[in-house]
Design a protein around this ligand. Structure first.
Ligand SMILES: C[S@@+](CC[C@H](N)C(=O)[O-])C[C@H]1O[C@@H](n2cnc3c(N)ncnc32)[C@H](O)[C@@H]1O
Length: 242
């Protein structure tokens, strides 16, 4: 039996029964209990069931940031919490950052809160996520995060950045060329991929090099975020492109 608390909502697995919910809601002080069966499609939308209560909007506090979200409309990955803070702490004063798959601000909000970035462009295709991204910029009182509603394949080439976060795991490699072309010389990409364990140290780097053309690729780190499926890891490669 597994559960996780997101704001004042409890997400449980399917090993609980109806008799458990009243007790769980009191024990964990939550207004709603939900089950999230899976996250579907490009826009990463949850397929869910409400088991107790009715309200699905909440505010989750993490790493000193506030994230307002509706768990029936957008996803929240608890396993990515360390990575969200790690990236924010890498951002140096005065950097321009592009967050290509911004969601509700998973990376853009911590970067805004914990760094002195000059500007963070947060591109998101899902209008529901974009709505909460705007809310979260206000909630965290940030004035250097610019939300952009649209497809990062189209919006990224309009920008230039010192650092680009590619926090998406479906077909992220298709976006590498666009990201690298918008990266200033010596800039850094954080490229996410779900990859079979044995290819962890090869495939993501090969994909980056293939799209970098004549530019030099310096791998700074290959960071394991979490197990994605049996034998499959979610990794992020930090790479400087000269
Ligand atoms: C949900 S986030 C991934 C989770 C996040 N890395 C975390 O730390 O929890 C991925 C986001 O990318 C968005 N997305 C997918 N394709 C996109 C595209 N072409 N342009 C912009 N956003 C896109 C999805 O709508 C989704 O909100």
């Amino acid at each position: 039996m597994k559960y996780k608390k997101i704001g004042d909502i409890l997400i449980v697995d399917n090993n609980y029964s109806n008799d458990d919910f009243e007790r769980l809601s009191r024990k964990h002080k939550v207004k709603t209990i939900m089950r999230i069966d899976h996250i579907q499609g490009t826009k990463r939308e949850p397929v869910y069931k409400i088991l107790y209560g009715s309200e699905t909007e909440t505010i989750n506090k993490e790493n000193g940031c506030l994230f307002k979200l509706d768990l029936s409309k957008v996803m929240w990955s608890k396993g990515n919490n360390n990575e969200r803070l790690r990236i924010a702490k890498l951002v140096e004063d005065g950097e321009t950052v592009i967050d290509m798959f911004a969601g509700i601000g998973y990376f853009s909000i911590p970067i805004g809160v914990h760094s002195n970035a000059k500007q963070v462009y947060a591109i998101e295709i899902n209008p529901n996520s974009h709505h909460y991204l705007r809310e979260n910029i206000k909630l965290n009182k940030l004035n250097n995060v610019t939300p952009i509603l649209g497809d990062c394949m189209i919006e990224t080439p309009k920008l230039k950045a010192d650092r680009i976060v590619m926090g998406y795991v479906k077909t992220t490699h298709h976006y590498l060329k666009v990201a690298i072309d918008s990266l200033n010389a010596g800039g850094i990409i954080h490229y996410h991929e779900t990859v079979p364990e044995k290819l962890m140290n090869s495939r993501p780097v090969e994909r980056i090099s293939a799209q970098a053309g004549n530019r030099d690729v310096e791998v700074l780190k290959i960071n394991k975020i979490k197990k994605y499926a049996p034998g499959v890891e979610h990794v992020v490669v930090d790479a400087r492109i000269n």
